[in-house]
Design a protein around this ligand. Structure first.
Ligand code: RP5
Length: 197
């Protein structure tokens, strides 16, 4: 299925980050991607879309691309070796199965790589997790949870890194946390509702 179709048909719904209006992006500099989202296959997009949604909600410009470590190695080389000079501040890399994309990307750039293990069909993503998390000492990949939660948190982690020198993003993160807390507290009321007779 084409990436565009996946975007339309499997859009993330109801995830906790979708509670902030996006930052206005009024100038050219603001639309230059700061985060790269790459994935081993378009079939990974429904998962990585959670990271994309977070970045959209926080108004952070990003790019997204299918880059396969095994099937498009030259593309991976070109992408990773030019990431820094193109202005990317971090890369969120998601892959499933023999998930070598995050590690190989990290080996070719000094910008932080956030690895998202995609839930695989055969082993439910445990293979992806182990492939990503068990990096040799010297080439780190920040590894997140398997699947949607991992992608969501990778997006939030990218926001946190960018917030280090951006007070506006710090304020948005605080607002996000406060609203999240409020939502959980309000959810208590759902338990109090009397079931219909
Ligand atoms: C990995 O193989 C991809 O990251 C994907 O999770 C998995 C399956 O790819 P497709 O067969 O769906 O293209 O490289």
């Amino acid at each position: 299925m084409a990436l565009a179709n996946l975007i339309q048909k499997k859009f993330v719904s109801g995830h906790p980050a979708a509670i902030l209006p996006p930052l206005p992006m009024s100038n050219t500099a603001a639309s230059k991607p700061l985060v790269g989202i790459i994935m081993g296959s378009s079939s990974d997009w429904p998962t990585l879309q959670n990271a994309a949604q977070v970045l959209t909600d926080f108004g952070i410009p990003f790019e997204k691309k299918v880059v396969s470590a095994h099937r498009t190695p030259q593309l991976l080389y070109d992408y990773a070796t030019t990431a820094s000079e193109r202005g990317l501040k971090c890369i969120i890399a998601g892959a499933g199965g023999a998930a070598h994309l995050p590690g190989m990307t990290a080996s070719m750039t000094t910008i932080p790589v956030l690895g998202v293990p995609v839930q695989s069909r055969a082993l439910s993503g445990v293979d992806s997790l182990y492939s990503i998390v068990q990096m040799p000492g010297g080439i780190p990949v920040a590894t997140f949870a398997i699947g949607n939660a991992g992608a969501l948190n990778a997006g939030l982690f990218a926001v946190s890194m960018l917030a280090n020198d951006n007070p506006e993003l710090v304020a948005k993160l605080k607002t996000f946390r406060e609203r999240q807390t409020q939502k959980v507290l309000e959810s208590q009321q759902e338990l109090e509702v009397e079931p219909k007779a």
